[in-house]
Design a protein around this ligand. Sequence first.
Ligand code: NAD
Length: 474
Amino acid sequence: MAELYHNLINGEMIETGEWLDVVNPATEEVIGKVPACGKDELDRAVAAARAAFKTWSKTPIEERRQTIQGIAKIIQDNHEELYRLLTSEQGKPHEQAKGEIMGAAYMAASQATLALDDVINEDSDARLSRTRRVPVGVVGGIVPWNFPVMMAMQKIAPAMLSGCTIVLKPSPFTPLTTLRLAELMKDAAPPGVVNIITGEDTLGPLITSHPDINKITFTGSTATGKKIMEGASKDLKRITLELGGNDASIVLPDANVEKVAEQLFWSSFSNAGQICVAAKRIYIHEDIYDELSQAIATYARTVTVGDGSQQGTGVGPIQNKKQFDRVCELIEDAKDNGYKFLVGGDVDPSGSGYYVPITILDNPPEDARIVAEEQFGPVMPLMKFSTDEEVIARANNSEYGLAGAVWTGDTDRGVAIAEQLETGTVWINEYLHLSPFAPFGGHKQSGFGAEYGVEGLKEFTYAQVITVKKDAMA
Ligand code: NAD
């Protein structure tokens, strides 16, 4: 019997009488049921958030900080239960699930230390002009299925710190851990400050167009991001969009093959490749292409694909059937076009679970679908390049602009290349490192606005300038 999970509205765990099934992608078994909310529940959640905003926005920031840090501690204290549940609904191996849970706590607690100080624009004999940041109001947070808890806290923590209240919607594919966390933290903040409701994809547009929500913070696909922008345009809601990516990693000829092979592998295959900033196109200089591609392939053959709850699993299943079908389609397309596979490529349709084998392609053309499109699965195309100019142009030849990496023994050359990449983040000689103090966001169709850092916090506020004319009444 699947366990029933409840939603958090106005400090209480509620149900609607209608339930949605949540499936374990490793077994395809229904492991939980969550409320199917519609307009009525959304209206209740927004009303609670609106009422709570009156006092929460006036609550001293120090108190807001402590409340967020209290929630981070609840996550830490319950991390074992949470990461096991996360693996069962999302599929990622226990070690990576633990990383997400502990990372969510760390990022939230760290973000809580940020400040938005007033800025003096002018302090002359004539006037004093000051910019202060005021919270936008009620925030609608919409979260995808690849990092459900990290993304939820990435929205809850800065909303709370800025003085906003929030109505958060997890993905219908992965709501369980977030709802368990909701239950654990329901008394940590005043009622209505954080509300978490679940529903089908139809709930998202209701949030986007709700007249009493002031801002949408969204993480998900570029296609949905465009719909959010359309929905939010009706009343000019503020929006932050963290969307898809097709990130390029560039490996220069002076990179240490032994050292980078394993790191490059995990930059693509962590979370079964379902990371917005996963390395999705790997460009290797022709001088080291053969040696490095063989080293990556040799390492890949040591990694086990399987149920994330089993010890020794390195790569779990794809999170849901729709995404599984999409990744299979890209692999089939590569086969149909005769591209060469270094590793994998044969999906076994028998048995249960959405498993795709670790798949590495050997120098497919630039216009191959598996290169040009965001795969979001355990697939890694390796491509050869000759010159810096050529590889920069190829890396930038994408509608996306989320992140990228350069691997080199010469960090100055790495930085020079990084500065020419059209992306929001570039790593030199590492991957996937996000800082709570640095803005994270995309260029081009990877979205706009930022999360994390002071820039991320500002997105939950309006600027208000107060100008005082001195001696006007003298
Ligand atoms: P998705 O766009 O299908 O869904 C994301 C969320 O939006 C879900 O909660 C979904 O229920 C909701 N939704 C669906 N239709 C909606 C609508 N019309 N209006 C409002 N909400 C709606 O994305 P996904 O498949 O869950 O996630 C994968 C995508 O997310 C990938 O493209 C990935 O690159 C991207 N992503 C980006 C980042 C980032 O920070 N840039 C991080 C993680 C994932």
